[in-house]
Design a protein around this ligand. Sequence first.
Ligand SMILES: [Zn+2]
Length: 386
Amino acid sequence: MYVNKTEKGYSKMGLSRCRWCYEKNVKKVFTTEKLPTYIWPSKKEDPLYQEGELYLCETCGHLQLQDMTDEFISSLYENYVFIQDIPTIHERRIKFLQTHIGDSIRKDLKSLDVGGGVNSIFFQLPQSKLETTIVDFNVCDKSKEMVDHFIEGDFVQYPFKNKKFDLIFSYHCAEHLNNPRPALEKISELLEEDGFLIIEVPDIEAVVEKRPYYSVFHEHINCFHFEFFHYAFTSLGLEYIASERENFCMHFIFKKSSSKPVLPAPPVKKARQIVESYKENIQKTTQKINQLLGPYKNKKIGLYGAGGSTNLFIANYPILNELCSVCFDRDTLKHGLAIGKNRMEILPPNKIDEYSLDYLLFVYKDIFEIMKTKTKTKCIDLSTCF
Ligand SMILES: [Zn+2]
């Protein structure tokens, strides 16, 4: 079924079959508020807003969003994507790799980064002797210069012929795939015997607990949870080696082994528990935010932060759209753009005091702690609601 909207179109609603096991045993478990389909700040006066639908597969336990067309998916990334490069995250990843497969990342082995066209893990391994290949729809110039080989195009369609890899990396790619199974099967096929897959995706269980407003949105078509990931890769014949769960992400190492690993039961029950927590936490935090901000309805209020997660925060708690009239962010690329359904303008932080606001709201505690000493405006920390 299509909801009729021209331009790049709304996504379809409904899900015909599970993206992992292809069974039709999928159940809608939640429908979100209307969310911006392009989550980042933009110039658009009338950006596309649509509900996200969360489905649970009763056969395999995969949590996933509604059906989407390729055209719709490309519209999610049509403008600039604001991604922060956080050094502590790189350090954590490298430490984890060194602990578990330290020898492998130092040797002269064949390695592939699936989806690393912009922020490849290879940038963090400058001393390694790895033979490096990146495959992605777009590979940035800096990456092209750095690697031994690059492939621009569809990984699933690309004919690798008899080429195999000792190490395959994939960071924050699988959750975006409309058809994750062929890609993950291909990864498994391309691994040498005793080769390693190193893969990181968002940890839906952690997100649901602490950032329920960032759990379901159109870019993250697959809402992977730990037990499902373990189950899915085991079913592809890979052996679980290690994992770490930090900073709302799950970082895994699997190994291609000659012996067939024991397949765990499909984690359907776990998926149901995650959905229940999600529903509970959305409801609970909505009540808290409404209670906290209810008395400020006639005040002049601004919001600090204008990233994708803040935009989803505003969409999930509509009182923010009613109350806030302006937004502030350090990132100069965002200035002059807008977020929220009410198209709040994004200004630099040095404009805060000129604006004579009654209150300035913060989504994140660490930023609140820094900024409250730097402005005369009264600051409110919304992270207390989580
Ligand atoms: Zn399934």
